[in-house]
Design a protein around this ligand. Sequence first.
Ligand code: NI
Length: 165
Amino acid sequence: MPGGVGRRFSCRRIPRGRAVHFLPRMPIVTATRRLRFNAAHRIHNPALSDEENTRLFGKCNNPNWHGHNYVLEVSVTGPVDATSGYVMDLGALREIVEREVIDQMDHRNLNLEVPFLRGINPTSENIVVACWNALAPHVAPARLSKLRLWETENNYVEYSGDAAV
Ligand code: NI
């Protein structure tokens, strides 16, 4: 018997005494919180000449900065807690995201004023990866599963960590 019955179930098998009990498989759900911030930046690679920066980045290389109304969507994934019915309290997630990234970027210059972006050319791609690195350690026991960063209504980037690539 051992093994023969268990293989037919994807659920956890909990031995208790001589009896074997099967628990329903815990559903895994993704929950997303959307947050907004405004910030100024300049897309500039100091390793390139001014001419190369202008050619590569165009108006985004304006030395006098320009701004965006960014939207950051933060997704966490995990089992639904039996008591709360939540993957994670999205109010708690909002507080974490505000503390770790939004409050540092909102109404700031992303090139000059944000500690976790220091030394980074603030393209959306680089910002979303930096946000990931800042947020991932703080959402346990849920798992940070995806960030989507909107720079304009038409442009967004997504990052799910390097393991998902
Ligand atoms: Ni821009």
